[in-house]
Ligand binder design. Structure first.
Ligand SMILES: CC(C)(COP(=O)(O)OP(=O)(O)OC[C@H]1O[C@@H](n2cnc3c(N)ncnc32)[C@H](O)[C@@H]1OP(=O)(O)O)[C@@H](O)C(=O)NCCC(=O)NCCS
Length: 173
């Protein structure tokens, strides 16, 4: 299958943080930032594969700096690497002060998407051609992250089996 340039999947989204998206401290909800990250990453995955895609996993997200009410959040995403039917997408989220224009990275994340065919079955995706130094670095380090993710998936499946049918109950008094 053909390979596609990592650059061709680059997706950028900018949003202003408004009151419905903030917590009691006037900063962006973590869950809202994660939704933005998922949205922008999904578009990068679809741009790369030209298929419907679903999120298979999100690696841990560290919130490095708060995003304040009125400030902008800028999200940049691209496909770093692919395997057979899955794609790893890197997302960088920045805050931009609406007053000064100063930008800070507030989070980075890796997500894995799977491309699906018309029967909702995983379908092969094109490989990636990295060009820039950042793209090359992330491309080269992708196999190690994939290995860690496979182990985490095994643990998640084991935990799902152990807890199947159970609901978390309050401690009996
Ligand atoms: C993701 C999903 C399509 C995988 O389907 P599956 O039948 O388990 O298929 P497979 O086990 O063959 O995995 C297909 C690919 O997904 C990858 N994958 C599956 N689960 C993964 C995970 N948790 N993390 C990373 N990659 C994962 C596999 O490594 C494989 O990649 P490859 O083909 O490039 O080698 C399926 O588990 C699913 O539909 N999950 C729900 C997705 C969803 O609803 N997302 C929205 C969140 S609410």
């Amino acid at each position: 299958m053909d390979k596609r340039l990592a650059t061709d999947s680059i997706t950028i989204k900018t949003a202003q943080i408004l009151p419905p998206d903030t917590n009691a401290y006037g900063t962006l909800f973590g869950g809202k930032l994660m939704a933005y990250i998922d949205d922008v990453a999904l578009i990068a995955a679809v741009r790369h594969s030209r298929h419907t895609c679903v999120t298979a996993s999100t690696d841990s997200v560290d919130f490095l700096a708060p995003v304040k009410l009125g400030d902008f959040v800028i999200l940049e995403a691209f496909v770093t690497s692919t395997h057979k039917t899955s794609m790893e997408v890197f997302v960088k989220a920045l805050t931009e002060s609406f007053e000064t224009g100063k930008k800070n990275v507030c989070a980075t994340a890796f997500l894995t998407f799977v491309a699906l065919n018309e029967d909702d079955k995983p379908v092969p995706v094109p490989g990636v051609i990295p060009k820039t130094s950042q793209q090359l670095e992330l491309y080269d380090s992708a196999p190690l992250r994939r290995k860690r993710r496979s182990e985490k998936r095994r643990q998640s499946i084991k935990m799902a089996k152990e807890f199947s049918g159970e609901i978390i109950k309050r401690k009996e008094r």
